[in-house]
Design a protein around this ligand. Structure first.
Ligand code: FAD
Length: 425
């Protein structure tokens, strides 16, 4: 964009949101670079009306808009074709409603996960998204990438406890999904469509959620095994038992503290319930934590792989999880890579971090993994060096529902000017 064009845009955008909320100075924008592409302008609207006006302006001028929350994982996706306008949500921080008696809350997209968690914790309630950098990850960013952590085993993902969402379409139309309004013209559940849309369909401006009562107490039982097979047998035993843990996390030897195949079982309830877990889990338990050591344990799990050059999320049918990790261990060895694997082994959501290799090792390993996976599995490369992105298909193969996705995109972002080029379509 020419300097003149930028300064005209600065003036026009300033008239919408106020001068102090529009930035075009390159030195101020360099921390907001995405895969080496620096935004031409960053704009921070303070209300839904301002988001709508900014998007209308961008639509009319065919500007590619990248929505941004805490900027924790803007590296997810393909390299952006251009970032004409970075639309920041940090001023969308209102609490729309909180009804502790009804266990529901609605907050602006710029509220961080930890702000929301601490607000509801004061009322003895839980918002169960346990992910790293919770003090920076925003509700909008978490919704856009369908974020989840180990609590997903019991509470499900955002799709399971999000009640409604408000958003602004690429053309600048404010809309909502969920609650009493669940269908749009294309016949989709708009709320679910927004979760995992990676900022390509609309800018999420707020969302409301179901909350859960905080357990009286929690305890984590660490269970260690000599082999992956034994760990999977134990997973099957827990799944078939009357126990209903909050988390059931498998850690490969390189991901665990003790260097063994580990299953961490986190339980919630009264002292009597926790004691029952201890006796049911039996001799597999090698350590049990509560209080601050328990917090430290899960904090470490949430941060696993955050320093690795390549991090991959694999979704598989739950019964295939053990086999997939076994295959990945073999492929990592053949490609001279160190593998840390961990994840929600009860629901089939696995994470893998690869370290210590050359570009061709990473590419080869991921390609072979994809070939070996069951048909209904997906592999998303959450992070890799920018130079590898053209080599590794970040999103993997096209999903079966591509036609439906195209229809949704045509309806909500007809010019494809939201996060253009970064997602599947
Ligand atoms: C498959 C997968 C699994 C993951 N699992 C884990 C995990 O187990 N543990 C963990 O710690 N993290 C995990 N993450 C990463 C985590 O979800 C991100 O850290 C978090 O969502 C980033 O939030 P943010 O506010 O910093 O958003 P940003 O990093 O700013 O943006 C992230 C994406 O969301 C879009 N976006 C941001 N705000 C909005 C909005 N208001 N409206 C529309 N789009 C918006 C952006 O354009 C961008 O595409 C996972 C991510 C993926 C893709």
């Amino acid at each position: 964009m020419s300097t003149m064009a930028t300064s005209v845009r600065m003036n026009e955008l300033s008239s919408i949101v106020g001068e102090q909320y529009v930035v075009e100075a390159p030195q101020k924008l360099k921390d907001l670079t995405i895969d080496g592409v620096t935004p031409a302008i960053a704009v921070t609207p303070g209300s839904v009306e301002e988001v709508a006006a900014v998007l209308r302006y961008a639509y009319e001028h065919d500007l590619n808009v990248v929505p941004a929350g805490g900027f924790v994982h803007q590296e997810i996706g393909n390299i952006p074709t251009a970032v004409d306008l970075l639309l920041r949500t940090e001023r969308l921080t209102g609490i729309e409603h909180y009804d502790p008696g009804d266990l529901t809350i609605g907050v602006g997209a710029g509220v961080t996960i930890s702000e929301l968690q601490s607000l509801v914790r004061d009322q003895g309630q839980v918002f169960p998204i346990d992910i790293a950098n919770a003090d920076r990850v925003t509700i909008g960013g978490a919704m856009a990438v369908a974020a989840s952590g180990p609590h997903r085993h019991f509470f499900g993902g955002l799709r399971d406890f999000c009640l409604g969402v408000r958003f602004v379409t690429a053309e600048g139309k404010a809309a909502k999904g969920g609650g009493r309004v669940v269908k749009n013209v294309a016949g989709f559940d708009l709320m679910k469509l927004m979760i995992g849309s990676y900022g390509t369909l609309a800018v999420i401006t707020s969302a409301s959620f179901k909350l859960f009562p905080h357990p009286v107490a929690t305890r984590t039982f660490v269970c260690e095994f000599a082999s992956l097979n034994e760990a999977i047998e134990f997973r099957d035993f827990v799944m078939a038992s009357p126990l209903s843990p909050i988390c059931l996390e498998l850690l490969s030897p390189k991901a665990s503290v003790g260097g063994t195949w580990t299953i961490a079982v986190r339980a919630g309830g009264s002292d009597r319930v926790l004691a029952r877990y201890g006796s049911e889990l039996g001799s597999a338990v090698t350590a049990a934590f509560d209080g601050s050591p328990e917090h430290t344990f899960w904090d470490r799990v949430e941060k696993l792989g955050n320093e690795s050059p390549v991090k991959v999320a694999v979704s598989v049918p739950p019964n295939s999880g053990g086999e997939v990790i076994g295959t990945m261990e073999r492929l990592a060895g053949e490609n001279h890579l160190e593998l840390q694997a961990w994840g929600r082994i009860g629901v089939g959501f696995l994470l893998m971090a690869l370290n210590g290799g050359m570009a061709e090792n990473y590419v080869g390993c991921i390609r072979e993994l994809r070939k070996s996976l069951p048909r209904d599995a997906s592999t998303v490369v959450m992070r890799c060096p920018v130079s590898l992105k053209p080599e590794i298909s970040v999103w993997g193969t096209s999903p079966n529902n591509m036609d439906a996705m195209m229809a949704a995109k045509r309806a909500l972002s007809p010019k494809d000017n939201l996060n253009r080029g970064r997602f599947l379509l």
